[in-house]
Ligand binder design. Sequence first.
Ligand code: ME8
Length: 510
Amino acid sequence: MSKKDFYVTTPIYYVNDVPHIGHGYSTIIADVIARYKRLTGYDVLFLTGTDEHGQKVEKAARDRGLSPQEHCDLMVGPWKELWRRLNVSYDDFIRTTEERHERVVQSIFQKLYDQGDIYKGFYEGWYCIYEETFYPESQLVEGCCPECGREVEWLREESYYFRSSKYQDQLLSYIKENPTFVQPDFRRNEVVSFIESGVQDISVSRTTFKWGIPVPFDPDHVVYVWFDALINYLTGSGYLQDDEKYRKFWPADIHIIGKDIIRFHAVIWPTMLMALGVELPEKVLATGFWTLGGEKISKSRGIVIDPNRLIEEFGEDSIRYFLLREISLGLDGEFTQEALIRRINGDLANDLGNLIHRTVAMMMKYFKGAIPESHQLGRLEEDLKEEALGLASIIDNAMNRMDIREALVQIWRVIGRANKYIDEASPWALAREGQTDRLETVMRTLLEAIRVITILIYPAMPRTAEKIWDQLGQADFKSVTIDDAKSWDGLARGTSVKKAPPLFPRVEIE
Ligand code: ME8
């Protein structure tokens, strides 16, 4: 029996600052996957949340004259609000300062210590607060952090270590035997060579500041923020709290992350799980970065695009569509307003918007909106029907490879086909000539194709799909499943289409 449960996660975001569009990207990808899986009959657990401990958050709180907890309680608001505005359908939002999580982290730390996989040592080396990462001297670039270019600080403190090195060989065989564990492929190669160059034990506790989960058996130490953060995926699955839920959802099916944190997810995290005797996640998918002027969009580098402003100006589905359609998964993309507007005016207003608008206008004119029955299909109708009904399986294939962009390209191919069909079938000529049966067949065929397209755009553009569904005069979208996109003649008898304002008004370029 195939597993019908699906567990998808996003990174948990640092609350040192408010979100920018780059953060939106990973969360939107996870949302599309979650919605697609629900549509195809899976019971989904979609987890996102915030990473609230560590020196960086502590410093941000201090700079604002707040206690770290007050700061986190205030900062979590803008994150949740952005996910609401982007229509993100998470099932659970985890904060690492929650008691449920702290308990799990402490139990794991204790267990690994008891079994000898965590031991006490002495850390001496370089640390970047901004990346919350330790770097060996050899990785520094001109003495600075290789990731963000900031100054690193020399740390010299007593520290607990996790014995990741012990699991190096096991991890390497695992990655070689499971070639889709790390995606895209070129990232897997990077991970493999990193592991081959030698996995070092990692420092997993700090003594020089306090904002972290106390090490249960040594209160002078707090747990290193990354060790704490990675465990959120287990906490969210019910691990050590709710056995039934944990058995249902673990192992996670996919962790969506940015390429900057791949080593934590594809090296350290799996070794932690191996030490715990817990199954590894199915897949770690690393996305590329959105850049501005070639530089990573990043709040603390002052390179920012405020997603809230974009949503207000263009609507959340336009933003979702643009981010998903514009770049191939795993690669970087330059964010420009011109490119965004080009997609809105082209793909959304011209292609999709016009298809709906023209169809509804003709339906009002010829049938006062009432959806007609079909008669004998001609060659053109059979063609469009075949294209539309073949779409679900093409998309399934793309989505199983997590290729959301390709899924959209395929949907837009059929949207193009439907627009062309209107011109070929020329309903206006049929109306003029009084060919009523044929006109009914053409309009019904068009509406059926739109019905299928609407179901398939739902994961990427949920609000738009619901709006079109409503324009088609169909009942609540909630009961729709992927099977409805695989069968023809699904428009309910006796229903009528409705006029509505344009879905995507053209954006004038100043
Ligand atoms: O790293 N383009 O959190 P974080 C695309 N708390 N994606 C971007 C981006 C950009 N310009 N900037 C950020 C952390 N991201 C840890 C994670 S998980 C157990 C702990 C995305 O807030 C990208 O996915 O610094 C990155 O990995 C994520 O935001 C988290 O960033």
